[in-house]
Design a protein around this ligand. Structure first.
Ligand SMILES: [Mg+2]
Length: 213
């Protein structure tokens, strides 16, 4: 009889871990089948007013572009994610440290929540520091990481940017649609053609809204 009891316990001990493993596998499979869609935003010149050839090193210099807060709410109302992919080499140049950059983004998020009840789902930043080269635009590293972290389908997603490197990064990452906001102030020559080009932030807002449905 004693032997039978121990047999029962060993059966239970063998069964429980296998149940756990199966449950884990099911949820992992489900996670990878959930392909969310995302609007990827370049930061300077798209989300906020461009600092020109310089950098924003203080939240006082950070001004959201008109319409971005409402667009963010609309993106979320359609069940899409909104993620920033930004190059801020000012960190590697020693103009600002990573903590202060995170603080600028924290203030931006708090302000968005206060005024619009929505904030960006994530912010990926290439800082120019050694070892992060695969995140440098136009390499697709930042977008690839975001897609992995948030189960995003790149082909069903959109990127909005103002420079060649933004549009090229999106194409390298397999993003389905690119929208470029023309940066008329800097008169850059644009070599990479986006799927759609608009003249202003207001037109960009309309263009993104049209693609959300
Ligand atoms: Mg930009």
């Amino acid at each position: 009889m004693a032997a039978k009891v121990s047999e029962i316990f060993s059966i239970i001990a063998l069964t429980i871990p296998s149940v756990r493993v199966n449950a884990f596998n099911v949820s992992e499979t489900f996670k990878h089948q959930t392909h969310k869609r995302c609007v990827f935003f370049d930061r300077d010149g798209v989300v906020n007013r461009s600092p020109g050839l310089g950098y924003i090193t203080n939240f006082k210099e950070f001004a959201l572009n008109d319409g971005i807060g409402d667009l963010l709410k609309t993106v979320h109302s359609f069940g899409w994610l909104a993620i920033i992919v930004s190059s801020q080499r000012c960190v590697a140049k020693g103009l600002i440290d990573a903590k202060d950059l995170a603080s600028i983004h924290g203030s931006m998020q708090a302000s968005l929540i206060d005024h619009y009840g929505s904030k960006f789902d994530a912010i990926y930043v290439y800082t120019g520091q050694p070892g992060t080269e695969h995140w440098e635009k136009p390499r697709p590293g930042m977008i690839e990481q975001a897609c992995k972290d948030h189960a995003i389908d790149p082909a069903g997603s959109i990127l909005v940017g103002d420079q060649d490197r933004d549009i090229k990064m999106a194409k390298n990452a397999g993003i389905g649609r690119t929208v470029r906001v023309l940066d008329v102030s800097e008169k850059r020559s644009n070599e990479i053609i986006a799927d759609q080009t608009v003249d202003s932030i207001a037109e960009m807002v309309v263009a993104v809204r049209e693609h959300l449905a």
